[in-house]
Each structure stands twice: as structure tokens, then as C-alpha cells.
Unconditional design. Structure first.
Length: 414
């Protein structure tokens, strides 16, 4: 049971949902369970230096057979998004997809619409994998995990393929912005890396959003509502007012596309005494994040003018930065990815990620890391699916990439 499809379905069934509000790392035990499974499989394939590192990071090495060839790394994350359940995932395989909307049998209100899913119509005749609609599938990023493991198995079996050392790295908690917190790039010790965490086929993503997260804490005062006049300060009501005064006809994900940034309130919780709003700040231009933070402060000022007895505290936390500047330190990272895609018989597709990957952080940390496609679609949703043929293409591209790096010298070009 070692085909690409077998691997993917096996990994998808392990519940690895990331948990946002915890200090534990990794945030869920299932990530350690999957990590143990992957470690055992890497040992069975006879990868070298296989082990679990701090924070549940799993790493092994496909030994090189070309003296002096650079070491590269391949990364995917084991966790899945907390936006939908990842428990009891039931992968559903659709061979020879008919090109029509897909009604998911576990919850028939969940329909994957061709009219709303980019590139779906082009997948007619392919093999698609979905969940039953009651959970997400976990293609983000278990498609990447399966692709890397399949490529590693191929290279271990086919010793005639010339290549340098290849680090295989699986991280935790990428979906909650902590995917690189426990990654040691000195231990990886690679010239560059590639995250396999992208949509569709033949894609190279060499630019991401820069990202911060703002936490707005509103402190009110509670009392029995029968005696509330001139005493109660309702934090819930003030939170609603705060959100309503944020831009929504612009700078909102519902209204922006392409290279436009946004401010996205994605979580609201609390009671009369205290309410918390979490807001994603995103822009391809890092400096614009400061302007977005200023907008929040101005909103707070207008709200406090009407509710002077409330308190509003805004804290902004750095998340990740646009990778494009850091990739210039090692241009071969992208150049050879382009060649690998062409060698696999495909046309490279360049995209800027309206989001981020572990590659954003890794590039900033000093390990240039573009992102590549692995055949996932509609991620973070029960409408998620993967295309087997696109995953197979990703494996072929990694094999071609290994060959190309096997012909390179170890020193970086700057």
C-alpha cells in the first residue's frame, strides 16, 4: 500500500487539526501520531538521520550520490486547519470525474461548485479525492506530505538517478502561524528549500503577503441589567461597533483580489465585561501593515469618543514577511524549479500567494524557500479536494528538481 494515493489517504485519516489557543507545541497530539508514522516509513525506506526533533518536527535525509552537490530540503506541514473538523476523515475517490458539481454524501448541503472553484472544469476525466462533506479532507498539506514521501521512495529505489542530499522535513502548526517556531535551519543545513503546499499544478509561488495579527481587547463593566443605567459598559456592543467601523468596501477580503491587501476580523468572543477581536492584517508591501494598524487605532479613538468609560487595547504581533526579497539570495531556488517543471512537460505558473507558507518564515530566517503546487483545491473547507494526477505531476517535478540540483556546485550564488 505504498502508492501515492495510498499514502495520501493513510495520512488524511490521522486527525491533526491545529489548535490556536494553546501554549502546547505541537498544539494537537495527532501531529505527533502522524510524525511517528512518517518516521517509521522513512526508516523503512532507509532514509538516513531520521528522527523527531523538538516540537514534533520530523526530519530525514535521502542520501546524495553526487559528490559536492548542494543539499536541498523539501518541507510540508502535518497539521490541518482548525477552520473545519479533521476528525474521522473519510477520503472519497472519484475516478474519471465528469466535470459537474460534486454533492458530498455525508452532508448534501455541501456542494463543490464548478462555477466557484478555480480550475475545476479543467479536471474533467481526472481522479479527484474529496471528504464526505462532514470534515475537511486535509489535502492542505497532507497532499504535500504524500508527494514528498513518494518522491523520496522513488529516489531511494532508483539509485541510478544522480542527485545531492535531500532533507525531508515535516513541520507542525503551520495553520496557526507557528510552523517554523521549532525549525532549526542549521540542522537542515541546506542551500535552499521548497515547501510543497500549493494549489493546482506546476505552480511556483515566490511571493507571499506580509502578515501581522492584531488583537483588540475591549474591557467593559457588568452589572445586573435592571440596574445598568449609567453603570454598565457592554463590551459586546462596543466590539460590534468597532467591527462596523472598520473598512469593508475596501481593505476587506470580500472586496479585494490580486495584489490588494486586507484587514480581516476572523474571531470575536467575549461577554459584557470583556470582548476580544482577532484581525488579520495582510499586504504584499510590508510598510502598509503599519498603515493598517493606524486605521485600527483611529477606529478605537472614534469608538472611545462615544464610550469613554470603556477601555480598548490593541496589540499587533508580527507573523511573517513577503519572501520575494529573501529569495534573491539564492536565485537557483526558483530558476531550477522552473526548469524542473519544464522537464516534467509542464508550463510553469507563477503566482503571488494571498497568504503565507512556512517558506515565508524560512526565507526570512535565511533559508530561501519558494512554494510549489501539490494538487490541492478549496483548502480550509469541507469543500476541499485533491487531484491525483496533479499530485503525480508534483512527484515528477521533485524528481527532475533533484536531478538538476545534482548537477550544481555547493556554493550559493549571490
Amino acid at each position: 500500500m505504498d502508492t501515492l494515493l495510498d499514502r495520501f489517504c493513510r495520512y488524511a485519516k490521522v486527525e491533526t487539526t491545529a489548535v490556536e489557543d494553546t501554549k502546547e507545541y505541537p498544539s494537537s497530539k495527532g501531529q505527533l501520531e502522524l510524525g511517528k508514522l512518517l518516521m517509521e516509513e522513512m526508516k523503512a525506506l532507509k532514509l538516513e538521520r531520521v528522527g523527531v526533533h523538538p516540537g514534533g518536527v520530523v526530519m530525514g535525509t535521502v542520501p546524495g550520490n553526487v559528490k559536492g552537490a548542494p543539499t536541498i530540503a523539501l518541507l510540508s506541514h502535518m497539521d490541518t486547519s482548525p477552520d473545519a473538523s479533521g476528525k474521522n476523515v473519510k477520503p472519497r475517490i472519484m475516478k474519471n470525474y465528469n466535470g459537474k458539481d460534486i454533492v458530498l454524501p455525508g452532508d448534501k448541503s455541501k456542494v463543490i461548485l464548478t462555477s466557484e472553484t478555480r480550475g475545476m472544469a479543467e479536471l474533467k476525466g481526472k481522479t479527484l479525492i474529496t471528504s464526505d462533506g462532514t470534515t475537511l479532507l486535509g489535502a492542505d498539506d497532507k497532499a504535500g506530505v504524500a508527494v514528498i514521501m513518494t518522491a523520496a521512495a522513488h529516489l531511494m529505489k532508483n539509485k541510478n538517478i544522480k542527485h545531492g542530499p535531500i532533507r525531508v522535513v515535516f513541520t507542525c502548526d503551520e495553520e496557526v502561524g507557528r510552523g517554523c517556531d521549532k525549525v532549526d535551519i542549521k540542522k537542515i543545513n541546506a542551500t535552499c528549500a521548497y515547501t510543497l503546499d500549493g494549489e493546482g499544478e506546476a505552480g511556483i509561488e515566490n511571493e507571499t503577503f506580509s502578515a501581522d495579527m492584531a488583537t483588540v481587547t475591549i474591557t467593559g463593566k457588568n452589572i445586573h441589567p435592571g440596574f445598568a443605567k449609567d453603570v454598565m459598559v457592554n463590551a459586546i456592543r462596543i466590539a460590534g461597533l468597532f467591527i462596523s467601523r472598520m473598512p469593508w468596501q475596501r481593505l476587506a477580503p470580500e472586496t479585494e483580489a490580486g495584489r490588494d491587501g486586507f484587514m480581516h476580523p476572523y474571531m470575536l468572543e467575549g461577554d459584557v465585561t470583556k470582548a476580544t477581536i482577532r484581525i488579520l492584517l495582510r499586504s504584499f508591501v510590508t510598510e502598509e501593515l503599519r498603515e493598517q494598524a493606524k486605521i485600527l487605532k483611529n477606529v478605537a479613538a472614534t469608538v472611545l469618543a462615544e464610550h469613554p468609560r470603556a477601555k480598548i487595547d490593541i496589540k499587533v504581533k508580527k507573523q511573517y514577511r513577503n519572501m520575494i526579497e529573501h529569495l534573491k539570495k539564492e536565485p537557483r531556488a526558483v530558476d531550477l524549479a522552473i526548469k524542473a517543471i519544464k522537464n516534467a512537460g509542464l508550463d510553469p505558473v507563477f503566482e503571488s500567494i494571498r497568504g503565507g507558507t512556512d517558506g515565508s518564515r524560512l526565507s526570512e530566517m535565511g533559508l530561501p524557500t519558494p512554494n510549489m503546487s501539490v494538487g490541492m483545491h478549496n483548502f480550509h473547507s469541507p469543500l476541499e479536494f485533491a487531484c491525483l494526477e496533479q499530485m503525480e505531476s508534483a512527484v515528477k517535478i521533485l524528481i527532475e528538481l533533484a536531478k538538476l540540483w545534482g548537477k550544481e556546485k555547493g556554493k550559493r550564488r549571490r
